[in-house]
Ligand binder design. Structure first.
Ligand SMILES: O=P(O)(O)O[C@H]1O[C@H](CO)[C@@H](O)[C@H]1O
Ligand SMILES: [Mn+2]
Ligand SMILES: [Mn+2]
Length: 415
């Protein structure tokens, strides 16, 4: 029986990308920065304080189960330093490595597609201007085709800050808030009740078509609720409209060549433009995503790949530059790992990894170019180092080998 599970901790980089300087990210290290802040007492949530997802914490970073899988060994190999306040465990049960990205961008689709064996070697389109970011003809076409009274934003922004600034005007005028970032994205925020969720999705579909000539990786619907700038909050109804990967991923190959099952949990299906996905499960929040992953594992048959994206690390904490919240979310995730490890059957393959970094101590609010952890257990792998992996695609190639599909064009299997 062949069953694999890939858990993507969105933005959980472990530093040390050889080309970080080209992105202005030299020294960025998501795990290392969090561990340092925790060790220095700068990431405590105490006296009733909780993170935006309801966790509290204090003191040095506590990730005993990820440590046993080899997380801190991989981080040491990636950066040359043991993470602050950490000591390496004596016993490691996982096979661990650190992988560098060969895709041109440090965005979510590039990272995920490369993980699935298809790196993005072309350049995405970007909206580089921080104000008046979108070409006027694009804005005019969107307003006309989506029948809008106008748009707000039209700038680079953090998605939570712009709700504070423009949320009320949006509710008053019915103009959606359109914004972008250093990523190849066109994001549209609108109130779920005043504007309507389905209406927002329709506008996004119009935008997706209009943005094809601009080579923009994703349009993202950002629905929110609330009445005032202080209580506007984004909901779990986010939807990503990605373009289709440029070649068949290992997900496609498993589904078509092996008639396998590919189960998407969270935003995985959206990121792969629904290509190669045979079942979609939605859940909101790290715990609910973890529950869904366990439930799918419990009923998974032969030739099944379960892939989960844990978006909150990135969206609720990395981009928000919330170190304590990120640390608390990692610790909560770590506490769930024993349940998963005990649910695995002997020949199952579990892989924990990430799609890019988003160092919460770094200037700005963008992703950071980093290496990602590759933590594996099962499928006959012996515990110990997998070394430096030259591309995230080593994961896709390993999955191709595990499931017996035709090989991927990129990557070297570690199986
Ligand atoms: O600030 P928010 O809306 O979370 O935006 C972030 O989310 C987008 C997708 O990951 C990125 O482009 C990044 O800028
Ligand atoms: Mn991501
Ligand atoms: Mn992100």
């Amino acid at each position: 029986m062949k069953r694999a599970m890939v858990l993507v901790l969105d933005s959980f980089g472990i530093g040390g990308a050889p080309d970080a300087a080209e992105f202005g990210d030299q020294g960025a290290d998501t795990l290392g920065s969090i561990a340092l802040a925790c060790a220095e007492g700068r990431a405590d949530l105490i006296n009733g304080d909780v993170s935006s997802t309801g966790n509290s914490r204090r003191g040095p970073l506590m990730l005993p189960n990820l440590a046993k899988l080899g997380l801190f060994h991989a981080h040491l190999a990636s950066t040359g330093q043991v993470a602050a306040g950490m000591s390496l465990p004596d016993t490691v049960i996982g096979s661990y490595g650190h992988a560098q990205e060969i895709s041109s961008g440090k965005d979510t689709p590039s990272g995920h597609w490369e993980l699935a064996g298809v790196p993005v070697l072309f350049d995405w389109g970007y909206f580089l201007e921080t104000e008046h970011s979108f070409p006027s003809s694009l804005v005019a076409d969107l307003i006309a085709q989506a029948k809008l009274p106008g748009i707000l934003g039209n700038c680079h922004a953090s998605g939570t800050t712009i709700l504070e600034q423009l949320g009320e005007e949006h509710v008053r005028t019915g103009q959606p808030i359109c914004y972008t970032s250093a990523d190849s994205v066109f994001q549209i925020a609108a109130h779920e009740q005043h504007f309507g969720l389905e209406r927002l999705y329709e506008v996004c579909e119009v935008a997706r078509e209009l943005l094809m000539p601009y080579n923009i990786a994703r349009v993202i619907a950002r629905p929110f609720l609330g009445q005032t700038p202080t209580d506007f909050a984004r909901t779990g109804n986010r939807r990503d409209y990605s373009i289709t990967p440029p070649a068949p991923t290992v997900l496609d190959k498993l589904a078509t060549e092996r008639q396998g099952q590919v189960v998407s949990i969270g935003k995985i299906a959206d990121i792969y433009a629904h290509s190669g996905i045979t079942k979609k499960v939605k859940a909101t929040g790290t715990n609910a995503l973890f529950d869904a992953s366990l439930a799918e594992l419990a009923c998974a048959g032969d030739n099944t790949l379960i892939m989960t994206n844990f978006v909150d690390f990135d969206s609720s904490f990395g981009h928000r530059r919330d170190i304590a919240g990120y640390a608390a979310e990692l610790e909560a995730f770590d506490r769930r790992l024993p349940e998963l490890l005990s649910a695995l059957k002997p020949n199952d393959l579990l892989i924990l990894t990430a799609d890019h970094g988003c160092d919460p101590s770094w200037p700005g609010t963008e992703h950071t170019r980093e290496q990602v952890p590759v933590l594996c257990i099962g499928a006959g792998l012996t515990a110990g180092s997998l070394g430096q992996r030259d591309t995230f695609a080593d994961i896709g190639q390993s999955l191709a080998q595990y499931f017996g599909t035709s090989p991927m064009d990129y990557g070297t299997s570690f199986l």
